[in-house]
Structure formats: structure tokens, C-alpha cells
Design a protein around this ligand. Sequence first.
Ligand SMILES: [Zn+2]
Ligand SMILES: [Zn+2]
Length: 472
Amino acid sequence: MGVLTPPLTPPRSHSLSKPAPVDLENYVTRTLRQQPMLPPLDRHNWYKELIWLHVAFIFLTPVIGFVGAYYTKLRWQTGLFSVFYYFVTGLGITAGYHRLWAHRCYNATRPLQYFLALAGAGAIQGSIKWWSRGHRAHHRYTDTELDPYNAHRGFYWSHIGWIMTKPRTRPGMADVGDLKNNDIVRWQHKYFTWCLLSMGFVLPSVVPWILWGDLQGGIVYAAILRLVFVHHSTFCVNSLAHWLGEAPFDDKHTPRDHLITALVTVGEGYHNFHHQFPMDYRNAIKWYQYDPTKWFIWCCQQAGLASHLKIFPTNEIRKGQLTMHLKKLRKIQQDLTWPESINELPVVTWANFQEQAATTPLILISGFIHDVTDFLDEHPGGRHHLTRYIGQDATAAFFGGVYDHSNAAHNLLAMKRVGVLHGGHPHALDDKSIPPSQKLRIAEYSELVINLPADEEPSLLSENLTRRRNVA
Ligand SMILES: [Zn+2]
Ligand SMILES: [Zn+2]
């Protein structure tokens, strides 16, 4: 770890020149303001805004597939091969297009790259170059109009709407220089039509034909219906994975983790993790979570076909998990009623405390004055243990002198605070002034910083309280 030598740090007393104001308009807002946008779809223009080739492809493949299946007997060999080929082409997308090329999660040897480039072409979702460019924009501008599959436009849009409609605006800028320099990616892009036809239709039809004489089954099940399932499997990563499940790592954007999504997307269902740590070759970090893409990449590594599998530091992953836990706990904390803060309570002199204790049952504990009116008859130790301390300091008695009260009793006591004694209390009692339930209180940073006049630096609440106490 680097160390700063002292001369680089100006003494705190030096006045620093004020930094230039930061332009807070974010890139997305500025880009959207500057670049043209097609009008929203409505009932007058929708047919002019659709990409009819894509519409036909997305709607005709399931129709042909299911009608074909009605007239075609499913042979077990063809059924098994169709499932196998679904995983082959699915992995072409998940392990190839997605984790290798879009996110560079690992290095692949040339034979593995050729295999993934061909398998991915069989899923018929565009070339690696086109797919990865859009996906990088999706990660960089998640949930904005610069995200091609912006989940805020709804489930339908992020699933298939964006494919069938002319893009409303250019996707956000994403660097694909590395892909342009990759000769296998260039080759696949150049010959994509041939790759698509051979891997998407010819190969899955020919294999069942040659091996067990089932050409029609090959066309219907292994080519067309398998394609429908692979399509919607990948589309679910943009729709279902941004809609269903939990956000255990961050909730700033829509990506979610869910087993169902993982099951239908060859393991891409831990999408909340993936959006936080996209360079990690895993989507699922626990051994029992379903991520066959991760297992495939790991096996390739064992076989010497893949290397440099990237794993995000566990320490940083756990920070995300902790933050989300704390958010949930803070919500619970906010739903509870807490004692008045020290800043809101009146500061009372000893003489004034004595005067008021003559008419109201007030007891001093840890520098706080408590009104026990409604507790005299509720006190489990008996009324007289309270009445004998009215107008007195019962700190020692409360904390073991007479009875060492429970944390719950201390929490309840704090709810009865009505004032602070002028002069505070000895420092040895500092930790006793905080109820046990508030010792691990969850506070946002902004709540810990008190804004002071412009020429003073903000100071932490604890410093401020110490100062108040010293002044008092
Ligand atoms: Zn996503
Ligand atoms: Zn991704």
C-alpha cells in the first residue's frame, strides 16, 4: 500500500484556495439533451417504428416451432440433443458473448474462442461486436435512456420491445476497441450470416438426420424450438433479472438476484451481483447456487483452454452485502421510537432541578433528568426504590449500587428523559449515558457531520458533543 510523505499534506490551519465548482450535470442528461431522440411510440406511428424483420423472426419462430411440433413425433435422441444444443448455444452467449467478450472476465485460447463464437452465432442474437457494444452500454448507463434495454421502460420493452423497435436514441458510448482488435471477433462479424445459418439451422438439423435419421425432428426441435428457448432465455437476463428477486449487493439500480432467473438463463440470474462486479467470471458466488456458465469456464480452465479467471476481492463484495444489511436494519431502527436527543433537551441547573423535583418525581441518572411519574407503580423493584431518589443522583444505584439493571431497563429509562443537568456528568460515565440499544446506532454520514460556519471545517458529532460538554 502506498504511503503519503508528510510534506504532501498541508497543515490543517493553512487556508486552502477553494476548488473550482463541479459541473454536476451528469453525462446521461447532457448526452440526451444533445443527441436526437425519436418520438415516443403511439397508436399512430407504431407500425412505422417497428423493425419488421425482427418482429417476424421473434413471432414466427415460436409459431412454426409449436405447429411443427404438433405434426412431428419427438424422438428421445432428438429431444436430448435439442436440450444439449440449447446449452451449447446458450453457453456461446453467456460464457462467450457475455462473460468473455463483453466483460473480459477471463482469457480464452483460440480454439475456445472459435467454439464460443460459433456456438453464440447459433443463438442468433447478432454478432459478438454488436451484442457486446450494446451490453457494455447497458452496464454503463443501466436504467437510463442510454441503456438499450432500459428496465424502467417496463418488462415488455426490456424483454423483446427494444429488439423489435427502432432504437429511440443512440446507445450510450462504450469502448469496444479491444473487440475491434480481436481477429476472431472480426471474422465472426464479417461472416456472421454464414455462421448464423450453419450453426442456427443447418448443424442442429443435420446432426439428428445423419446420426438417427430424424431430419424433420432436427429442424423442428433442435433448430427452431431450441432457438425460441435460447432467445427468451437471454431476453430474460434483460427483463426478468431486472425485475424479480432481491438486491443483496446494491439497490441503486434494478438488477436482482433470483434462482428462477438463474434456472432459465444458464446461470445469469444472480444479476444484482453481476452488475456490481461485472468483471467477476462468476454470477453466483456460493457453491450451491446454479451457475453452469461459471462451472463451464472453470472446467475450461482445468482443461487449459481458459486462464486468468477474474474474481472481485471478497472484502469489497462483503462491503456491499453489509451495506444492504445495514439499510434493512436502519429501516427497522427508523420504525422505532427513540429517546429525545441531547440537543433537544433543555439544560437545567442543579437548583432548578431541585425546585422542580419538589412537585414532579424527577431522578438524575448519568447526567440526564428523568420524569418517572408514570412509572412509580410500574417499577418492578417497588415504588419506594424510586421515591427515595427523587431530586437525587441515582446513577450509582441504577448501575449496580442497589441493583444492576438490565439493558432493557436502561433503554426504557432513556425514554423518560426530560432534561440535561447543567455541568454534565463525570467522563467515567460516558458510556452509561448512551442506552444499550443506541450504542450500535446506524447513522448516515450526513447525520454525523454538523455544518458549521463556512470558515470552519465540519466536525464529527462526537467532537461537537465534547465541546458542548466542556462549554457547559
Ligand atoms: Zn442487466
Ligand atoms: Zn453483463
